[in-house]
Design a protein around this ligand. Structure first.
Ligand code: ATP
Length: 228
């Protein structure tokens, strides 16, 4: 379970201070499938960076299964990012000259998993995200955008994270492919109990999620909830 408590992030340049995240509180149960919408510049990426411990808040805290991110050392934050979080980005961020399989194996290498176990698990994950078997050995830069995003999701799942943070995961995909990717994330949340939080501009895609939040003037408001 993710508990966000009165989170604040401010940026100061010169004599101007902005607070894109200004007192945000919410709770996500394990296995939730949630989205955040908001105008460009409203602070969505800033909020995801705080949840993923890529950035430190100016105030407040995030508790992940009761563990406070604010209490972690730098090494603890790195371990949290590697073990508990799976990141999915608009630009896919795969290593272009490694194969799909090698991209998915990579985070497990950092986690010290044996080569044989890495390969078996990466294959299973690529099957889980429905990448055709003949494409497992293909270099990432020779896959379509939709295929690359499937590989990126498999990579995000490699270390069995508690939380998947997806920042505009469909931003570079056509509408139908985007819907498939959101449906895939939804099934991961439902079937594996992974909590999935998606930032999107696309209200149609946001409607496919169970809990919908809007970030506006530093505050997060829940707009709709179809599952508790
Ligand atoms: N490191 C930083 N230093 C100063 N200002 C920042 C920094 N990061 C973000 N900001 C500012 O914080 C605000 C929120 O930015 P953020 O990228 O979180 O918005 P967003 O909702 O994700 O936007 P978009 O939808 O365009 O990606 C913006 O005004 C941005 O310029």
């Amino acid at each position: 379970m993710i508990e966000v408590k009165d989170l604040v992030r401010q940026f100061t340049s010169g004599d101007r201070t902005i607070k894109p995240v200004n007192g945000v509180s919410f709770t996500l149960e394990a296995g939730s499938f949630a989205s955040i919408v908001g105008k460009s510049g409203s602070g969505k990426s800033t909020l995801l960076s705080l949840l993923g411990a890529l950035d430190k808040p100016s105030g407040g805290d995030v508790l992940v299964d009761g563990v406070s991110l604010a209490s972690l050392s730098d090494a603890g934050r790195t371990a949290y990012r590697r073990k508990d979080i799976g990141f999915v980005f608009q630009q896919f961020n795969l290593v272009p000259n490694l194969s799909a399989l090698e991209n998915v194996m990579l985070p497990m290498e950092f986690a010290g998993v044996s080569r044989a176990a890495r390969k078996a698990r990466a294959q299973a994950l690529l099957e889980r995200v429905q990448l055709d078997a003949e494409k497992h050995g293909r270099k990432a830069n020779r896959l379509s955008g939709g295929e690359q995003q499937r590989v990126a999701i498999a990579r995000a799942l490699a270390n069995e994270p508690k939380l998947i943070l997806a920042d505009e995961p469909t931003g570079n995909l056509d509408e139908q492919t985007g819907e498939h990717i959101i449906a895939l994330l939804s099934s991961l949340a439902r079937e594996q109990g992974t909590t999935v939080l998606v930032v999107t501009h696309d209200r149609g895609l946001a409607r496919m999620t169970e809990r919908r939040f809007r970030l506006q003037q530093g505050r997060l408001e829940e707009e709709a909830r179809t599952r508790s």
